[in-house]
Design a protein around this ligand. Structure first.
Ligand code: NAD
Length: 474
């Protein structure tokens, strides 16, 4: 029996310990999920709506415990994990609305009877979650999948099993009369691999682009399996003009450094004009970054961000930062550890990479790469110079530039004068290129959780013979 443990990255203390699901456990869970599918799919929509509403109540009853668990397991401050739990709770009503609007039933009267649009669930969905929003992101797949009538086998990130276990407790309460409709299995990549290799009808995945590319290959010969990929990015933020440089610097700092840079939609690249505004903005961003309160989730004063997910993540990001410096990048603000803290704590780093070859990779940490460009054409070219396409932003009061940016910049989330991380559950969330596979999540998750069936329906076969009149031999 193999054991999985998770640790608080702020101080290394143990948060969770439990058993890893092996190949046998995974296929048993998939078999149970398949058995449970027919009964769950046959439930009326109202019964499933009631089940997710019971889940919402279970979340509400545990909201403090959940916020604290996410904070201890990820290192994120409590203000942020409370808002994550609020998003999880809010997701229930949003998903019910989305399901009705995007995957419900529609009837249109026709001369012969009716044209009817219905949606049917796919079957057994595997959900693999990331560590950075260990509650909110898998929740955004699981609720729509269950509402649509699928059964779900969920594997949380190996970094955040305690969060997954608490979610499972909520579902167990909500689905007490529907065993195996939702199951949570714990483990690392091997467990995920066993899940994906099993008999699943869909994989709903939020995680790294590397894993997403791997899954595209795994499922290349299984077109019957629905694959929804929500992946990383190398997101550009073009800052072109602003009346108030401090406000603009706040947009940049929030875009680049929130959640210690561990949001898929964080700005990784700041593109500024090579002029006085560009220089003043970069100075203001560096000065603001100096003043960020960094600390453990429960410290006073409340930190804006905590440690990275692990010491290893910090070491990997440091190696990438140092590699860019070796390639010629100029350090505007160093990316270092913090004395007296665990090795997972880092300071926000800023590099000027103008004229330097930079690999088109996501650095999942508070590292911002600044490029200075001569004109707006070059800014858009630089913004689009990536194989990803998740989020992008423009800081400018110029409506003409915004219209150009909207038309020419390729990304699934394109914000103006707001952080690149700005997103709402009432809108779709997904990316182009290596950032996804055109199956956006959030409000559009309902689309990949069910397939549409179009029917022409008449009460009897009358009225069909007339169409052949005069066109067949007597
Ligand atoms: P990850 O890809 O390392 O892991 C995600 C999950 O997939 C984990 O449960 C992991 O165990 C599993 N997994 C990884 N490789 C696997 C494989 N080969 N076979 C089976 N299972 C496998 O991602 P992470 O480090 O947990 O999360 C951070 C990444 O997620 C970043 O790249 C970030 O940009 C991305 N992300 C994307 C979104 C989005 O909505 N687009 C949101 C959050 C995070």
């Amino acid at each position: 029996m193999t054991t999985l443990q998770s640790f608080n990255p702020a101080d290394g203390t143990l948060v969770w310990e439990g058993q890893v699901a092996d190949t046998h456990d995974v296929s048993a869970a998939l078999m149970r999920a398949r058995k449970a599918f027919a009964g769950w799919a046959a439930q009326g929509t109202q019964q499933r709506v009631e089940a997710v509403q019971r889940y919402k109540q279970a979340l509400e009853a545990r909201k403090d415990a959940l916020a604290e668990t996410i904070a201890r397991e990820t290192g994120k401050p409590l203000w942020e994990t409370r808002s994550e739990v609020a998003s999880m709770i809010g997701k229930v009503d949003i998903s019910i609305r989305a399901q009705a609007e995007r995957a419900g039933e529609k009837r249109t009267d026709m001369p012969f009877g009716q044209a009817v649009l219905r949606h049917r669930p796919h079957g057994v969905m595997a959900v693999l979650g990331p560590f950075n929003f260990p509650g909110h992101l898998p929740n955004g797949h699981i609720i729509p999948a269950l509402l649509a009538g699928n059964t779900v086998v969920f594997k949380p990130s190996e970094m955040t099993p305690a969060t997954g276990a608490l979610m499972a407790e909520c579902w167990a309460e909500a689905l007490a009369d529907h065993p195996h409709v939702f199951q949570c299995i714990q483990g690392a990549r091997e467990t995920g691999e066993a899940l994906v290799a099993g008999r699943v009808d869909g994989l709903l995945f939020t995680g790294s682009a590397g894993a997403g590319a791997h899954f595209r290959r795994v499922f290349a010969d299984r077109p019957d399996v629905i694959l929804a990929l929500e992946l990383g990015g190398n997101n550009p933020l073009v800052a072109w003009d602003a009346d108030d440089i401090q406000e603009a610097a706040s947009v940049v700092v929030q875009s680049a450094f929130i959640t210690t840079g561990q949001r898929c939609s964080c700005a990784r690249r700041l593109i500024v004009p090579d002029n006085a505004f560009g220089s003043a903005l970069v100075d203001a961003v560096a000065a603001l970054a100096d003043r960020i309160v960094i600390g453990a989730w429960d410290e006073t004063p409340e930190p804006w961000f905590g440690p990275l997910i692990s010491d290893a993540a910090a070491a990997a990001a440091k190696a990438r930062f140092d590699g860019l410096v070796t390639s010629g990048a100029r350090v505007i603000r160093p990316f270092t550890g913090i004395e007296g803290r665990s090795a997972a704590f880092v300071t926000p780093g800023i590099l000027d990479v103008t004229g330097v070859f930079v690999p088109d990779e996501e650095i999942f940490a508070p590292v911002l790469q600044v490029s200075r460009v001569p004109d707006f054409d070059a800014a858009i070219e630089a913004a689009n110079n990536t194989r990803f396409g998740l989020s992008a932003g423009l800081i400018s009061a110029d409506d003409v530039l915004w219209q150009r940016f909207l038309v020419e910049c390729r990304a699934g989330v394109v914000n103006r004068n707001r952080p690149t991380t700005g997103a709402a559950g009432s809108m779709p969330f997904g990316g182009l290129g290596e950032s996804g596979n055109h199956r956006p999540s959030a409000y559009y998750a309902a689309d990949y959780c069910a397939y549409p069936i179009a029917s022409f329906e008449a009460a009897d076969a009358g009225g069909n013979a007339g169409a052949l009149n005069g066109k067949i031999r007597p």
